[in-house]
Every structure is written in structure tokens, then in C-alpha cells.
Design a protein around this ligand. Structure first.
Ligand SMILES: NC(=O)c1ccc[n+]([C@@H]2O[C@H](COP(=O)([O-])OP(=O)(O)OC[C@H]3O[C@@H](n4cnc5c(N)ncnc54)[C@H](O)[C@@H]3O)[C@@H](O)[C@H]2O)c1
Length: 316
């Protein structure tokens, strides 16, 4: 099967996710052009890149000659057309709004070379629908990175109805080349694999909190020090195999019917959103962060995740 060698990537949108994604490509000798419709975001992206490169350098994760060389592999583009010039892959990382994504995909289809692969970092919108905005649906694919992209190993490859096998294989090769771990989502279902699993867990966590079964702290501790503790080593299906399918069968017969099945967001979440309690970014969510240094909190979490990454053998 013919695959494409990805040497140059354009990352479109440099908000929360774009800078880290650009960094990972650049760390693996891939030239990157970054573009954002908001020039301030491009400026901020440079600052984020500098800070994140120091973090991974301090953690001994740069096999290259250093941060400066990696920064130089990432070029700011003045326009969308400049960004995609000669790109083998264009990855859109713009807000999670279908109309914005289809409009951009249509424009990219007009200005990119015929072999350029168009990928979306959408968290769960339909790749098939995005592909329909182009005349190259076989070259449109989901490439779903997880936050923070400089750390989380997995990337979902999402097959739209028309995505070509050669494109899927190319993405698989690319993800391995940048030392990440590919998983293939064979059907373009809402939320793909990761968010379906994650949202099932979050829905139950919020329902338990809402019903007063446990505090937010104890619910999070149950995951961090309990079932989640083994997730880097054993997934849920491996866990069932370990426990025994007979046990799972018996427990699920009485438990499944009691699990939360609400279709929309829980009323407690709607109320918090209405009050502006949005979590870290507003200083209050399920926890109160008003007296905390949020930068230090996140820095500490990232340091621990980097340690885990090394310990688990993800760093080559
Ligand atoms: N934030 C996360 O944790 C996360 C994790 C995984 C996937 N994603 C997905 O990644 C995508 C981006 O998310 P984000 O959190 O980085 O968003 P964001 O809002 O932080 O950043 C989006 C950026 O895109 C820019 N932009 C908007 N329209 C544009 C256009 N037409 N051309 C160029 N730039 C444009 C904006 O100015 C902004 O800087 C979404 O699809 C989201 O679902 C986000």
C-alpha cells in the first residue's frame, strides 16, 4: 500500500492544543508552520512553546540538540495560504464548532496540493461530515490528540466513511514516528473512543456527587488511588478478564440498571455554568481554587505526569 512521508505539517489554530501539538512534531524533526486568525494567539503560542520546551528539557526528554533548534523548526505563517504551502499534512485545531470546521476544510481543499492530507483534532464531531465539505473525502481523517499533547501518549486516528486505507496507514506511521501511541477508531461515532469512555465515567461521578453518595474529594480519590491507579497498566477489558467474566456478569445484572443514564448534562452542572463556576479558569468548579496558585498547581501535575511517562517507558 502506498503511504505518504509526512515531512511538513501545518497546524491551524494555536489556542490550548495547537502549540503543544506543533512542539511534538518539531521534536521529531518535522517542519511545522503554525497559523491562527488571531495574531495575539500566535504570540501567546510562542510563549507557551518556550515554557513547555524548558519543561521537557529539564525532564531530560529532548533527544535533540536542544530547545532552540526545535523552536526554529516551527515557523509562524502570516496567512492560511502561507501556512499550508508544501504541507503534506494540515491539522485543524480550531474551536469545536462544526460550521467553523467545515468552512475551514472547504478553504483548505481549495488551496492545498492534491495529495495533502487534511486532519481534524476534533474531540468527537463527525469526520465524515467535515470530509463532505471537500472534494477529497478520502484524504480527510481525524487525528485526536489529548491534553496536554506534549505528555499524553495516545492519539486517536478516526476513520470517516470515505477515509482511504493509505491515509490511515500514513497516520499510523506518523504517530509512531513522533513516539506517540495510535489507536484506530473504525467507526465515526460521536466522541470516538476516548471521550465516550471518559464521559461515561464523568457522568457517573457527577451523579454520585449530586446524590450525596460521596464528596468530590472522595470520588476523585476513588479513581486516583483506586480503579484509575491501575489504568496505565490494565484497561477495563483486561480488568474484567482478571476479575473473571462470571463476576462481571453477576455484578452487572444488578448494577447496570442503577447506573446513571441521563441524556443531557446534570442540572448541577447547568447551574454551575450559569453561575460562572467553570473550574480552574474561573477559580471555582467542584473545588474552590481562589486561594491557590493555579500555575503552580498545573506545573506540579505536569511534573508528576512527566515522571510517570518516563517510568512507564514512553520516553525513548
Ligand atoms: N482543549 C482541550 O483539552 C482539547 C483536547 C483535545 C481536543 N481538543 C479539540 O481541539 C480543537 C481546538 O481546541 P482548543 O481547546 O485548542 O481551542 P481554543 O479555543 O483554545 O483554540 C482555538 C484557536 O483557533 C483559532 N481559530 C479559530 N478559527 C480559526 C480559523 N478559521 N483559522 C485559524 N485559526 C482559527 C482561535 O483564534 C484560537 O486561537 C477543538 O476541536 C477541540 O475539541 C481540545
Amino acid at each position: 500500500m502506498k503511504t505518504f512521508d509526512i515531512k511538513k505539517v501545518a497546524v491551524i489554530g494555536t489556542g490550548t492544543m495547537g502549540p503543544g501539538i506543533a512542539q511534538v512534531f518539531a521534536q521529531h524533526e518535522i517542519a511545522v508552520q503554525i497559523f491562527d486568525i488571531d495574531p495575539e494567539q500566535l504570540q501567546k503560542a510562542r510563549e507557551t512553546l518556550g515554557a513547555n520546551l524548558s519543561l521537557v528539557e529539564q525532564a531530560g526528554m529532548l533527544s535533540d540538540t536542544g530547545a532552540a533548534k526545535i523552536q526554529n523548526r516551527i515557523q509562524d505563517a502570516a496567512s492560511l495560504a502561507d501556512a499550508v504551502l508544501d504541507a503534506d499534512l494540515v491539522l485543524e485545531v480550531i474551536p469545536e464548532v462544526m460550521d467553523l470546521k467545515t468552512k475551514l476544510l472547504g478553504e483548505l481543499d481549495e488551496i492545498c496540493g492534491p495529495d495533502t492530507i487534511l486532519a481534524s483534532n476534533t474531540s468527537g464531531l463527525s469526520i465524515t461530515k467535515m470530509a463532505q465539505a471537500t472534494r477529497r473525502p478520502e484524504k480527510v481523517v481525524g487525528m485526536h490528540w489529548w491534553n496536554p499533547p506534549i505528555i499524553i501518549p495516545v492519539i486517536e486516528i478516526v476513520k470517516g466513511e470515505s477515509t482511504g486505507e493509505d491515509v490511515l496507514q500514513t497516520m499510523d506511521n506518523l504517530i509512531r514516528k513522533i513516539d506517540k501511541v495510535p489507536v484506530l477508531v473504525k467507526k465515526d461515532v460521536p466522541g470516538f473512543l476516548g471521550n465516550r469512555l471518559q464521559y461515561a465515567l464523568m457522568r457517573e461521578a457527577i451523579a454520585l456527587l449530586n446524590e450525596g453518595v460521596a464528596s468530590a474529594e472522595d470520588i476523585d480519590t476513588m479513581i486516583k488511588s483506586g480503579i484509575g491507579f491501575k489504568f496505565p497498566i490494565m484497561g477495563p477489558l483486561e480488568t474484567i478478564d482478571m476479575a473473571g467474566l462470571d463476576i462481571y456478569y453477576r455484578v452487572s445484572q444488578y448494577l447496570n440498571k442503577d447506573l446513571d443514564k441521563s441524556e443531557g448534562a446534570a442540572p448541577i452542572v447547568a447551574k454551575m455554568v450559569e453561575q460562572g463556576d467553570l473550574g480552574l479558569k474561573s477559580g471555582k468548579g467542584f473545588y474552590d481554587y481562589s486561594n491557590q496558585d493555579i500555575k503552580a498547581l498545573m506545573g506540579g501535575r505536569i511534573q508528576k505526569l512527566l515522571l510517570l511517562l518516563k517510568e512507564l517507558g514512553y520516553v525513548k
